[in-house]
Design a protein around this ligand. Structure first.
Ligand code: GLU
Length: 286
């Protein structure tokens, strides 16, 4: 299989140093392996995605010296693929619609639970309020969020694993009790998107035949959700490489709102791509 990586930004704000590091590392690793680097635009959040941010992404990445094949995959073009996967899971009785708001979930958890609320990679771990409250037969509901019924979806004793080659290399192994405790019944289709980050990313990595998913360590915990979905949808599990995060002077991870570290700003100040590499402590490129 071709060594293939991807950088998958969401066009919801300017790319900052953390994005530059991730994109450059993806491209460097692919080049060193004689493989291919792809770009994917993750724009399922229609309310926050803006064409001007997408244009800025292309511009910043070209300036950094990155090249990728055309056409670029855009998630907004792939809604039928996500719908088909949801239909498959719905037809198997693995999804249920949910009307809980965040406050309802917090209240349901807080009652039996003293202290802090259990948080998984996808927010509060769902207490299961709607799990058996609505029919799972008939057409798939389009106007409500859909959750995955983890207990039904995963067989007892089934073991999942993935290979990690990033900061903490090794085989990561987990099972049903781990998922029930740490992940819960996650939302696979959001009301306003008709899909979710987790479902889309898994289907797209498979469609683009990504062999190595290289991304920030903040997504390490979410990878268990991705491996679970690959299992349920009969998709290959790639190798994962979760890299260090670029932090500000106070040690805080950079976010989209950290415009002070936007690549565009460094560019306007006359910095070079080599300066950016030095700032994120990446060796010189080609
Ligand atoms: N669109 C995601 C982000 O910008 C990328 C997630 C991934 O690389 O899997 O954080």
């Amino acid at each position: 299989m071709t060594f293939r990586t991807r950088f998958a930004p969401s066009p919801t704000g300017p790319l900052h140093l953390g994005h530059a590091y991730s994109a450059l590392l993806n491209s460097d690793l692919a080049r060193e392996a004689g493989g291919e680097f792809l770009l994917r635009i993750e724009d399922i959040d229609r309310a926050r995605s803006k064409p001007e941010w997408e244009m800025q992404i292309y511009d910043d990445l070209h300036w950094l010296g990155l090249v990728w094949p055309d056409p670029v995959m855009r998630q907004s073009d792939r809604l039928p693929v996500y719908e088909a996967a949801l239909d498959r899971l719905w037809d198997r009785g693995l999804l249920y619609s949910c009307t809980c708001r965040r406050a309802d979930i917090a209240a349901a958890i807080a009652a039996p639970q003293e202290g802090s609320l259990p948080l998984g990679p996808d927010g509060l771990i769902y207490p299961g309020t709607c799990r058996h409250a609505r029919p799972r037969t008939g057409p798939r509901p389009r106007d409500l969020p859909l959750r995955l019924d983890l207990s039904t979806a995963v067989a007892d004793g089934h073991e999942f694993r993935f290979r990690e080659t990033g900061e903490h290399p090794g085989d990561v192994i987990f099972d049903k009790p781990d998922l029930i405790r740490d992940v819960g019944d996650i939302v696979l289709s959001r009301r306003d998107m008709g899909t979710s980050y987790h479902l889309s990313v898994v289907l797209d990595d498979a469609a683009q035949e990504i062999s190595h998913v290289v991304r920030g360590g903040d997504l390490f915990e979410a990878t268990r959700i991705h491996v679970l979905l690959q299992d349920l949808l009969d998709l290959r599990t790639p190798i994962y490489h979760h890299h260090r995060l670029i932090r500000d002077e106070a040690g805080k991870r950079l976010a989209k709102r950290d415009d002070a570290r936007a690549i565009a700003l460094y560019r306007s100040e006359g910095r070079s791509p080599a300066d950016i590499r030095a700032m994120v402590r990446l060796e010189a490129g080609p």
